[in-house]
Ligand binder design. Structure first.
Ligand code: HEM
Length: 157
């Protein structure tokens, strides 16, 4: 019963999280990039980022807790770094990447960078930065989908 509950919460939170990320990447970011005024461009993205980041952090923590409870319950931690446990290891590694991004970098480096872009945008290559942000977001969508596919393999493979 505990396992089933954890599994459901894990999957539902992944849907909200990665769905939200895909929305930001596929809809919001192109909208911001199309905005001609550099300051408006930064503010559009910054407003949404400031709202989505705390949600993504909560999703990351819930996915992590439910995942680790399942691993602890089943004793699958023994599979880590073994050939038969690559899918579990990969899913956990992607989670660690996200944890570092959301809990470590977002409140410090990323937030400060966006604030600086809003302040000193005129002197910066805003379009160049947005091109990098766009690539980074698509990479994050790709690795998150890969982590989800790895999860399906763990559950049904
Ligand atoms: C980016 C992070 C993660 C994503 C996107 C993700 C996604 C998924 C998905 C889509 C499933 C498949 C469920 C199904 O097909 O029924 C799954 C299963 C699973 N996940 Fe994750 N997961 C993540 C992180 C973690 C972490 C950190 C752990 C634990 C350390 C974990 C442990 C598990 C386990 C044990 C299952 C298999 C459940 C079963 O066999 O029924 N996941 N995950």
């Amino acid at each position: 019963m505990l396992f089933l509950t954890m599994h459901m919460v894990h999957v539902l939170t992944v849907i909200l999280w990665i769905g939200g990320l895909a929305f930001v990447t596929g809809i919001v970011l192109p909208m911001a990039i199309k905005t001609p005024d550099p300051l408006q461009k930064v503010l559009t993205f910054q407003r949404i980022e400031h709202r989505f980041a705390p949600l993504a952090k909560a999703y990351n923590i819930i996915v992590g807790i439910t995942g680790f409870v399942m691993v602890w319950q089943t004793g699958w931690y023994e599979l880590y770094f073994r050939p038969g446990g690559w899918a579990l290891t990969f899913m956990t590694a992607v989670w660690v990447f996200w944890f570092v991004m959301l809990v470590g970098l977002e409140p410090t480096v990323i937030r400060k960078m966006l604030d600086r872009m809003a302040r000193e945008g005129a002197t910066m290559d805003i379009d160049g930065i947005f091109r990098k942000v766009k690539t980074l977001h698509w990479v994050m969508v790709a690795i998150s989908l890969a982590a989800s596919a790895a999860g399906v393999l763990v559950a049904h493979g």
